[in-house]
Each structure stands twice: as structure tokens, then as C-alpha cells.
Design a binder for this molecule. Structure first.
Ligand code: ADP
Ligand code: MG
Length: 160
């Protein structure tokens, strides 16, 4: 077992949350998997918007709540974005997701991953967002040590 790492920060606007996502996105090499949970309106999709931009995608990022999955192109890579909110069964998306996780260079982000937990690799990043106040969010990341490179910019930056 590798060491469990944490990174915690408070943001005071959606712009800040997006910028933090962008700093992490810039560090992605492909192959990373994120699981996101929060109160409703916590800022998960806002975070993914920055993440996708940092990863190099100019595609529009919207909430996949009703479509369940979306994908954003970034050069030869793809960022897959799922939202299983209120879904009790992932159906065929279960196998689809497993394939996308195995796809070289892909990044996978899952909001409300409970129904696909068994597909997620052991080495992945968890993000919990707490709504502290109207515009204040507490972002808490948990991940194994080999993924520390993703947080290198965020830890040293004052740019968000
Ligand atoms: P989720 O995907 O978790 O349901 P969204 O990203 O769709 O959340 O929505 C977050 C909402 O909260 C947006 O309306 C955004 O403007 C607002 N908001 C206010 N403050 C923040 C903040 N610090 N970080 C992220 N979003 C914030
Ligand atoms: Mg959302």
C-alpha cells in the first residue's frame, strides 16, 4: 500500500475552483481517474471545466446530469466525464467506462461513482467538495502518493 496523500483548499468563487481545476489539468499525463462527490451545486462540474481546459481541451463542458456522459477532446486524448447522480444501475455504461479507463492517454472523471466503484482502478484521485457558504467551497483531495505530480502546481501556485 502506498501512502495516502491529501490536498485541501478553500475557494471563494467558481472562477477560483475552475482555475484550480486548470492547474491540475495541466499536470495530467493521461491515465488518471477522478471520482467526485459533493453536496448539490458543490462545484464538481465547475472543477471539471477547468480540468478539461488545463488538459488541453477547448470543448464546452456542461453538466452531464441528464446525459450521463460527455467527452472532451484534447489533442489525441479524450477526457470522459460521467455523472451517475440518482442512477441505481450503470447498465451498458459500466463496460463502456471500463474500456475508457483502459484507453491509452484518456482521463476519466466520475461524479457520484457509487454504481461503478468496482471498475475504478485502486490508484485514483478522490475529490470531496463541501459547501461552506454561498461562494465558499472546501475542496478535499485524497490520492495515493504516485499521483502527487498532479498537485505540484496547485501546491506552489498563488494563482487561484
Ligand atoms: P455540481 O456539479 O457539484 O452540482 P456545479 O459546478 O454544476 O456543481 O455548480 C456549482 C454552482 O455553485 C455554480 O452555480 C457556481 O457558480 C456556484 N459557486 C459559487 N461559489 C463557488 C465556488 N467557490 N466554487 C465552485 N462553484 C461555486
Ligand atoms: Mg455536476
Amino acid at each position: 500500500m502506498s501512502t495516502v496523500m491529501t490536498f485541501q483548499t478553500d475557494t471563494t468563487s467558481s472562477v477560483q475552483t475552475e482555475k484550480l481545476g486548470e492547474l491540475l489539468g495541466k499536470q495530467l499525463k493521461g491515465g488518471e481517474v477522478f471520482e467526485l462527490a459533493s453536496d448539490l451545486g458543490g462545484g464538481k462540474t465547475t472543477f471539471v471545466r477547468g480540468l478539461a481546459r488545463g488538459f488541453g481541451s477547448s470543448d464546452h463542458v456542461a453538466s452531464p446530469t441528464f446525459t450521463i456522459n460527455r467527452q472532451y477532446r484534447a489533442g489525441a486524448s479524450t477526457l470522459y466525464h460521467y455523472d451517475f447522480y440518482r442512477l441505481s444501475d450503470a447498465g451498458t455504461m459500466h463496460a463502456e467506462l471500463a474500456e475508457e479507463i483502459d484507453e491509452p492517454g484518456s482521463v476519466v472523471v466520475v461524479e457520484w461513482p457509487e454504481v461503478v466503484k468496482d471498475v475504478l482502478p485502486d490508484i485514483h484521485i478522490e475529490l470531496f467538495i463541501d459547501v461552506v457558504d454561498e461562494d465558499i467551497r472546501r475542496l478535499r483531495f485524497k490520492y495515493p502518493e504516485p499521483l502527487e505530480y498532479v498537485f505540484e502546481l496547485a501546491r506552489t501556485s498563488e494563482d487561484y
